[in-house]
Design a protein around this ligand. Structure first.
Ligand code: ADP
Length: 237
């Protein structure tokens, strides 16, 4: 099954993470930020060292490593019953970040919309990144040279990904507006998309395990494995 996905697209500092976190709190959406996966790695591990090496220079981590890590992570989330692809739309933030990644992910994600957080004012983004460096202790935002390199990487490698997806799937949102206005514009696009997918999934539904369902009527793992979700655990909501 390919994961139904929304891509949050935009330059560093355009607000993908901020909006992604809000969307991920809405039932039926699951937010996943590649940068957060990388930052959660042990920096002493092989993968952690690779991340540090590239991100510290403002460069993208090599594609094979990135996509492999992402696949492992998302499948892990599915396995531990945190992400429910039958009922949840994946909100991807930070991947794919170039054309090879878009192609490598093709067999795993079904991109239903691309939300392009557009910011024409470069100085505004640089300002946001500087502020974030202080607030979130982000080493890759800590100096202007690395910030500049990240923005160049975005222009050269990431922005061309927009041409890979059909024009009708791409929605531009002005990222310089207030956070609540940006959110409102995103929701105008996503509400009908979600409702349509829900109708389709309902039509072809097999018993599902959505966020709400698993919290209130959790079936035993053995029952889930056997397909009999009427056998409940002792969880009472
Ligand atoms: P931002 O929020 O500024 O866009 P992220 O937190 O998404 O930054 O990413 C931080 C760093 O992690 C990137 O500069 C890059 O080195 C690495 N990274 C994140 N996602 C990817 C990806 N899809 N491919 C390669 N490198 C990535």
């Amino acid at each position: 099954m390919r994961y139904k996905s929304i891509l949050l697209f935009g330059a560093p500092g355009s607000g993908k993470g901020t909006q992604g976190k809000i969307l991920g709190a809405i039932p039926g959406f699951y937010h996943n930020a590649t940068g957060d996966i990388f930052r959660s790695l042990d920096l002493q591990s092989e993968m952690g060292r690779v991340f540090w090496e590239y991100a510290g220079r403002g460069q993208l981590v090599p594609d094979e490593v990135t996509v492999k890590l992402w696949k492992q992570y998302i499948q892990g989330m599915e396995m531990i019953n945190s992400f429910h692809p039958e009922t949840e739309i994946l909100v991807l933030d930070g991947i794919p970040r170039n054309l090879p990644q878009a192609k490598l992910l093709e067999d795993m994600i079904d991109v239903v919309k691309v939300i392009y957080l557009r910011c024409a004012d470069l100085s505004k983004m640089v300002e946001r990144l500087r502020r974030r460096a202080l607030k979130e202790n982000r080493f890759d935002d800590a100096n202007d040279e690395v910030i500049h390199r990240r923005l160049v990487e975005y222009e050269n490698k990431t922005r061309p990904v927009l041409d890979y997806y059909p024009k009708e799937k791409i929605h531009r949102v002005d990222a310089t507006m207030s956070q609540i206005r940006v959110l409102s514009d995103i929701l105008k696009v996503l509400v009908p998309v979600k409702e349509k997918i829900d109708v389709q999934q309902h039509l072809f539904a097999t018993p599902t395990r959505g966020k709400a369902a698993s919290a209130t009527s959790a079936a035993t793992p053995a029952a889930v494995a056997s397909g009999d979700t009427t056998k409940k655990t002792g969880v009472v909501s």
